[in-house]
Design a protein around this ligand. Structure first.
Ligand SMILES: O=C(O)C(=O)C[C@]1(C(=O)O)C=C[C@@H](O)C=C1
Length: 270
């Protein structure tokens, strides 16, 4: 786990990082470009390092210059958390070799970052035991896939809509697939909130489908209720929710089904 400002990257929920500033791409006076508290900054050269050290929460070793070993070393020596991007085309060994340079400078606060190859992100995370971010800026369609692949967070430099898509992916996919071991009451409640967000999304989707079924059945709505089908779906769900079991699931699903039927009937009379 690596702490980046207020965010913990590695254990707990996947994070979204919206401010990654590249002094390489922007080319200008670092003092004018970097605001105090920026999450991640990528230097253009050695001259930028003092300003980055003073203002940024973490520093990026960019994909374009991972072979500039003197700069890699100097960046690691700042003592800030370091995000190591993979050079385009670099194999796993080369990527993790850059991490070794950072560790050799006494900096163990290293996060991996990958843009496109989610299989490699997963492999690097497993091989190194270090957290890994997916940079989905400009490729926002990869958000959910990246979280599903095990990314510990998303870097997204883009529009507010892009940022919302990233937040949605970490919440919904995280709740479904990311292991959680919250240790405090607030953490546990936030984890429950993520599960509830996923439940709400699924409940809304289920209600839509149940509404379509009512129109397809010869007799829809409460009049066409099929209790055998309801028992069957509860029994199937109990295989995935064995702790709750059929007995506890049955009243839950009864309420869900009735809510769907009420909605469908309301819609036909609207
Ligand atoms: O499968 C159906 O026949 C439906 O109408 C859908 C549904 C459900 O919401 O799952 C709703 C009412 C029935 O009693 C059984 C199931």
């Amino acid at each position: 786990m690596v702490t980046l400002g207020a965010q913990r990257v590695g254990d707990g929920p996947a994070v979204v990082i919206g401010d990654r500033v590249s002094l390489r791409a922007q080319r200008g006076d670092a003092r004018a470009i970097l605001r105090e508290g920026v999450a991640l900054a990528e230097p253009a050269g050695m001259d930028d390092l003092p300003v980055i050290a003073a203002r940024a929460r973490g520093v990026v070793i960019g994909a374009a210059w991972t072979r500039d070993i003197p700069l890699v070393r100097a960046v690691a020596a700042l003592g800030l958390p370091v995000v190591v991007e993979r050079r385009h085309g670099a194999a796993l060994a080369e990527w993790l070799g850059v991490v070794d340079y950072c560790v050799a400078e006494g900096n163990d606060q290293v996060i991996l970052c990958e843009r496109s190859d989610l299989g490699l992100l997963r492999a690097a995370r497993a091989a190194s035991g270090r957290p890994a971010l997916a940079d989905v800026s400009g490729n926002i369609g990869l958000c959910t896939a990246a979280v599903a692949a095990g990314a510990d967070g998303l870097i997204v430099v883009g529009t507010p809509a892009d940022r919302r898509a990233a937040e949605e992916a970490v919440t919904l996919v995280g709740a479904l697939l990311r292991p959680e071991a919250p240790a405090t009451l607030p953490e546990c409640r936030r984890a429950i909130d993520r599960v509830d967000a996923t439940l709400a999304t699924l409940l809304e989707r289920r209600a839509e489908l149940a509404g379509i079924v009512q129109r397809l059945k010869p007799v829809g709505g409460f009049a066409g209720r099929d209790h055998a089908r309801e028992r069957e779906l509860v029994a199937t769900m109990a295989q995935r929710a064995p702790e709750l079991g059929e007995e506890r699931l049955a009243p839950i699903m009864n309420a869900v089904i009735e809510a769907g039927l009420h909605l469908a009937e309301e819609r036909t009379t609207r």
